[in-house]
Design a protein around this ligand. Structure first.
Ligand code: GLN
Length: 299
């Protein structure tokens, strides 16, 4: 009897097009993979994104009836979440600090650590009249947040990937900031850059292949390898390429800001010393890991 009643409830659930029923059903599907809090948060975001319902509205309009196409959208999204696809790629956007950033599998999903990198720069720089270059801009998140917060800044953003440049351009437009984009490879730069920068910032690929086994499938299966990984034997390759570039294009007294692999802070400090940088500082991220480095160029 109990079994029978349960089946009827289940049948009704599947047949229901009522928001709260669907939410419960999908929550049960996702909890084994993501746990309760994250599953609920993801469903709230999906429902907000697809149906324009805020959290409060989702509670007040819990009897909201979804159309067939709406049900299908939600169903397909949950199906992708079950295959570890990041929510940000499913809905095609995320928020970085206060900025809406479009993302796709050609660019890394902006990380909270990188928000901290931007805050570090904004806390240490004068917030006007700076020439800035972001190397390996990806979605453009760093360049956009800097351009939006520094008045009269000239922000340039470089990436080797055409897809990344396209995405970053779109994001600059959405956020109403003016950025000059440069498609180039920092390891062998060929672009004609006609002036110098006060600040060069970069969050380059810094995960060594030897660390791959510690990474989660949502990252490994969906995020661009080119934005994440670096050769085990040359883990500072991008940083040295940037320091070589900076010999020509960073003003004396100009600042470098890097996001780094927490295991490589000392090695990078050493390298910066060899390149004659001054005031080398290492900063921890919110998890207490060595995550950022800043340094000042001397003549
Ligand atoms: N922090 C990123 C991660 O853990 C890596 C970012 C990078 O390589 N620049 O996936």
């Amino acid at each position: 009897m109990i079994k029978f009643a349960f089946q009827i409830i289940l049948l009704n659930m599947w047949k229901s097009n009522i928001l709260i029923d669907l939410k419960h059903m999908y929550l049960n599907d996702l909890i084994p993979i993501y746990g309760k809090d994250e599953s609920l948060q993801m469903l709230n975001i999906l429902i907000g994104h697809y149906f324009g319902l805020s959290r409060v509205e989702q509670t007040l309009k819990s009897a909201y009836k979804l159309s067939e196409s709406e049900m299908l959208k939600l169903h397909m999204a949950v199906k992708q979440l079950k295959k570890n696809k990041p929510l940000q790629y499913i809905i095609g956007e995320t928020t970085f600090i206060d900025y809406k950033i479009k993302v796709n599998e050609g660019v890394l999903i902006p990380r909270p650590e990188t928000e901290e990198l931007v805050k570090l720069i904004l806390d240490n720089e004068n917030l006007s009249d700076l020439n800035i270059l972001d190397i390996g801009t990806g979605s453009g998140c760093i360049a956009i947040a800097l351009a939006a917060n520094i008045t009269n800044s000239h922000v340039y953003a470089m990436d080797i990937s055409k897809k990344a440049i396209e995405t970053a351009k779109q994001n600059a437009n959405i956020n109403n900031v003016n950025i000059q984009f440069i498609e180039d490879d920092i390891n062998k730069p060929s672009s004609k850059i006609s002036h110098n920068f006060d600040v060069i910032v970069s969050n380059p690929p810094y995960v060594r292949y030897l660390e791959k086994s510690q990474m989660k499938p949502n990252v490994l299966d969906y995020e661009p390898e080119i934005a994440l990984f670096v050769d085990d034997h040359k883990p500072l390759k991008f940083y040295t390429a940037i320091m070589n570039f900076a010999k020509l294009f960073l003003n004396d007294g100009g600042r470098l800001y890097f996001e780094i692999n927490e295991a490589l802070a000392d090695e990078l400090r050493q390298s910066l010393l060899e390149y004659n940088y001054d005031k080398i500082s290492i900063f921890k991220d919110i998890n207490g890991k060595n995550r950022f480095v800043s340094a000042v160029k001397v003549e």
